[in-house]
Unconditional design. Structure first.
Length: 256
């Protein structure tokens, strides 16, 4: 039976989003929507919102981390907040962009991990939406915090490691290490994500192969951390970190 070419062409070339793409977009969209009220709030909602907000305001005036402003987190924390501030054209709420993107990335990564563990579409979508809408997640990823980008980067590292378990590739090992190093360079406590990362990089493969992958990922992680710290100097980064641990006060400190 002949088929008219003019009739068949639109159907043949019509692009319909695949289910994984659509589900990831749903999770990301919901994550953004539920964070908008806090993101657009005129007043600070938590202590960090004010403390880090003042720091970003100082960075707009030319002060740098570890020399002009005190940093209580890792060396990548303020640069990422400042990047979000620039993306938002330095508007009043622009410093909240990076934590929000971290929250969105974490929610999508949780969905991806669930799919990687062979969860059904509904279960994976539910997991992603729960992460996107959890109160603690919204609070920590809709304000100017270090938690937002650290959570997003660490969860993404776990996602890539989970994918590597079934489809091992060298570039996935390197990406896992780089994301994990970036997360620790934002907030050292993100290092707890190393447990699932190591587990899935192993993935039941021979010990020699596992050790090689861990060495490669570790090198990438250390490389990212050092690269983020070198512009400020390893000494100042260490001194600020030591001051944070030794002093009970975490208030804003401006260098003379």
């Amino acid at each position: 039976m002949a088929v008219d070419a003019d009739t068949a062409a639109p159907t043949a070339h019509r692009r319909i989003p695949t289910t994984p793409t659509l589900d990831a977009a749903i999770v990301a969209g919901v994550a953004i929507l539920v964070r908008l009220p806090l993101a657009l709030a005129e007043r600070g909602q938590v202590f960090d919102d004010g403390q880090y907000g003042v720091t970003i305001a100082d960075m707009r005036r030319g002060l740098a981390p570890y020399s002009g402003v005190f940093s209580s987190q890792g060396p990548l924390h303020y640069p990422l907040l400042r990047l979000g501030d620039l993306i938002g054209f330095e508007t009043r709420n622009a410093p909240r962009i990076t934590p929000i993107l971290g929250g969105v990335l974490a929610a999508v990564a949780v969905w991806g991990i669930a799919r990687g563990l062979r969860a059904s579409r509904g279960v994976a979508l539910t997991a992603g939406l729960l992460c996107a809408t959890a109160g603690t997640m919204i609070r920590s990823t809709a304000n100017i915090t270090g938690d937002g980008p650290a959570i997003g980067l660490a969860t993404a590292a776990v996602w890539v490691a989970c994918t590597h378990r079934d489809r091992p590739r060298v570039w996935r090992v390197l990406l896992t290490g780089a994301l994990m190093g970036a997360a620790i360079a934002v907030k050292p406590l993100a290092g707890t994500a190393l447990v699932p990362v190591v587990w899935w990089l192993h993935g039941g493969r021979p010990l020699r192969r596992t050790l090689a992958d861990l060495a490669l990922a570790g090198t990438a992680a250390v490389g990212v951390w050092i690269a983020s710290a070198l512009p400020f100097g390893l000494g100042p980064v260490w001194e600020d970190r030591k001051s944070t641990r030794l002093n009970s006060s975490h208030g804003y400190i401006s260098y003379a």
